[in-house]
Design a protein around this ligand. Structure first.
Ligand code: ADP
Ligand code: MG
Length: 596
């Protein structure tokens, strides 16, 4: 085996060794610690997805653990419910409360979600502590052991296998998920919603999905906790524990699936060790470990912000994913509209920012099979106009028609579904994801496999097709050699080209390109011009903003010139370059020829 393969197998080998602990006669105390580590690891795994991948912070995962644990405790003690019923109830309650909380908060940006999870955790803690039926602050005791068929798992070394089996399953499921169509969307969420919405993706729904999955993992942890401890009270579901789960994920490496296990193990063991050492040293108990713990955490985060397993993972690197060869036609390509058909029409489109009129009653049209250049000095309003057309910004007034239908007020993702593709002036990609994965996000609408199919590995065929399509588009734009590179390692000009490949994966009828040639070298610009001409011959329409006049003049069919938000000229390049208003706008004088 190659060293890289060995290193990749190492975590599984460690898990297998762990499984040998009970038969090798490890002391019960070790088993107990291992059990608590496993339960915590499940919660931390949820945070790897939610915080590490989706970029949403929750301090309140302990509340979902509490929901699972209390549901199990109450059902098992008062209703005599078996483990299947309590498991389903834990999952259902965790899901329902995450949906509720998520719908209220996940749409909100910034600090609202973290703050809401804190509030949620605090209030649930007091709810648990004050409800008569839940035993108030004394909690619920005498929970019967976990029964699997004829076996009652009473001892720690018996439930051990259930706990670690659940952890192993969660690791597998999460890794499958992260490498799938929905997983890629979740991994890109932390870079902001704009890019994904432009690929037709409902990012709010995926944020909610990540939140629900994380809550479900915490709910299962709670279910296990109830059977492990055989008693519940509000304390372990309070805010302090919520913060600790987040610490575990961070220490292990927030973006790393294995990091959750490393972090859970380290924190549990260190906390336990500190408790004992400090109570010996100080001769009294008083949660002194929290102080040392906090200091250690600050040091660690300063030294290794990527987390412990993050460090290791950097060394291991990423396995290149092969692109399967096939003669199959690309995923459901749709026919292009006939040459000359009106695709985009703007009527008196206006955008004001406070007192500033960034786009001033602009009107023009783009037809299938033509390349229109949108030019104008810096600050003329070109990017703003792009954002209006692509549904990123709402219009102040005016009207947009796309494909013969009113499109004013449509969201970016709705326009993407009608086959409008775009790139951004300021590149928007996921730097630590491969070039290929980045471009596959563009093909999202052309697949349909969801979470369940991905977790169960039923998405292989579709994944292969998506990968093939992304590779095809990357080859087309001249990045065929870079599929497995980190997107962030590309030169800036190539990152722009990656965005074109991503937009092409949408199978668009109209492409909006905001300064696609910026940062490209001369021969790369020529290749880009050739590609755009090729796309035009296939019936695509392109609207592009570009400053390089040589590039624009030789390529476009028509120019639209803006200055201070106003359309000052439009027509064929040869005509526009002599327009006195255009000359004045570019140079402030009208006796020289600046263009071309
Ligand atoms: P261009 O792309 O032609 O260089 P922009 O569309 O980026 O120009 O900007 C047009 C004008 O609108 C500029 O004066 C810019 O400062 C202003 N502007 C753009 N976006 C915003 C915004 N979100 N808020 C306020 N002003 C903005
Ligand atoms: Mg701009």
């Amino acid at each position: 085996m190659k060293p890289a393969t060995l290193r990749r197998a190492a975590p599984w080998a460690a898990l297998a060794l762990l499984a040998l602990l009970p038969p090798l006669g490890a002391p019960p105390y070790w088993i107990t610690l291992a059990n608590y580590i496993g339960v915590s690891a499940l919660v931390a795994l949820g945070l790897v997805l939610l915080t590490g991948q989706a970029g949403l912070t929750s301090f309140g995962q302990s509340a979902f653990v509490g929901i699972g644990a209390y549901a199990t405790a109450w059902l098992a003690t008062t209703q005599g419910s078996g483990p299947l019923v309590t498991l389903l109830a834990s999952l259902a309650l965790a899901t329902a409360s995450a949906l509720l909380l998520g719908l209220i908060t996940v749409r909100l940006q910034g600090h609202y979600l973290p703050l809401c999870t804190i509030a949620w955790c605090l209030s649930l803690f007091y709810l648990f502590g004050n409800v008569e039926a839940l035993g108030k602050f004394d909690g619920i005791t005498n929970i019967p052991p976990l029964r699997l068929g004829p076996w009652a798992l009473e001892r720690g070394d018996e439930i051990f296998y259930v706990i670690w089996g659940a952890v192993a399953l969660a690791v597998i499921a999460l890794r499958q998920l992260l490498d799938s169509r929905p997983g890629r969307v979740i991994r890109a969420l932390k870079k902001g919603a704009l890019m994904e919405e432009s690929c037709g993706i409902d990012t709010a729904a995926y944020k909610l999905l990540a939140f629900v999955i994380a809550a479900q993992l915490a709910g299962v942890a709670g279910w296990l906790y109830a059977y492990l401890q055989r008693a519940v009270n509000p304390t372990p579901f309070g805010l302090g524990y919520g913060i600790e789960y987040l610490f575990m994920a961070v220490v292990g490496g927030l973006t790393q699936v294995w990091g959750a296990l490393v972090g859970a193990a380290l924190l549990t063991l260190v906390k336990d060790g500190l408790q004992r050492v400090l109570s010996l040293l100080l001769g009294q108990t008083g949660n002194f470990e929290v102080i040392v713990f906090g200091m250690a955490m600050i040091l660690l985060l300063q030294r290794a912000p990527e987390g412990l397993w993050g460090r290791v993972a950097q060394r291991i690197g990423r396995l290149p994913v092969p692109v399967p060869a096939s003669n199959e036609a690309p995923l459901g390509l749709q026919p292009q509209p006939p040459q000359g058909r009106r695709l985009l029409e703007l009527r008196a489109v206006r955008k004001t920012f406070g007192g500033l009129v960034a786009v001033n009653d602009i009107g023009f049209a783009v037809d299938a099979g033509e390349i229109v250049g949108l030019i104008g000095p810096n600050g003329a309003g070109k990017s703003t106009l792009f954002n209006l057309v692509s549904g990123v910004l709402p219009l102040t007034s005016g009207e947009v028609q796309f494909m013969g239908q009113p499109a004013t007020g449509l969201a970016s993702r709705q326009l993407a579904r009608r086959r409008l593709g775009r790139t951004f002036q300021h590149v928007r990609l996921v730097p630590d994801m491969s070039v290929l994965d980045n471009v596959m996000i563009g093909a999202h609408l052309r697949g349909h496999r969801g979470v369940l199919a991905s977790v169960l590995g039923l998405n292989g065929r579709e994944e292969a097709a998506l990968r093939r399509e992304a590779a095809r588009q990357l080859q087309r734009v001249g990045l065929g050699h870079a599929l497995d590179m980190d997107a962030g390692a590309l030169a800036l000009g190539q990152q722009r080209t990656l965005e074109i490949a991503r937009a092409l994966c949408l199978d668009p009828v109209l492409l909006l390109l905001d300064e696609p040639a910026a940062g490209l070298r001369r021969h790369e610009k020529q290749a880009l011009a050739a590609l755009l001409a090729q796309l035009r011959s296939e019936g695509l329409a392109v609207l592009l903003v570009e400053h390089d006049m040589e590039f624009v003049m030789g390529l476009v069919d028509r120019l639209v010139v803006m200055d201070f938000g106003t359309l000052i000229a439009q027509g064929p390049p040869a005509q526009v370059r002599h327009d006195p208003r255009v000359l004045a706008a570019y140079l402030g004088v009208d006796d020289e020829v600046p263009l071309g």
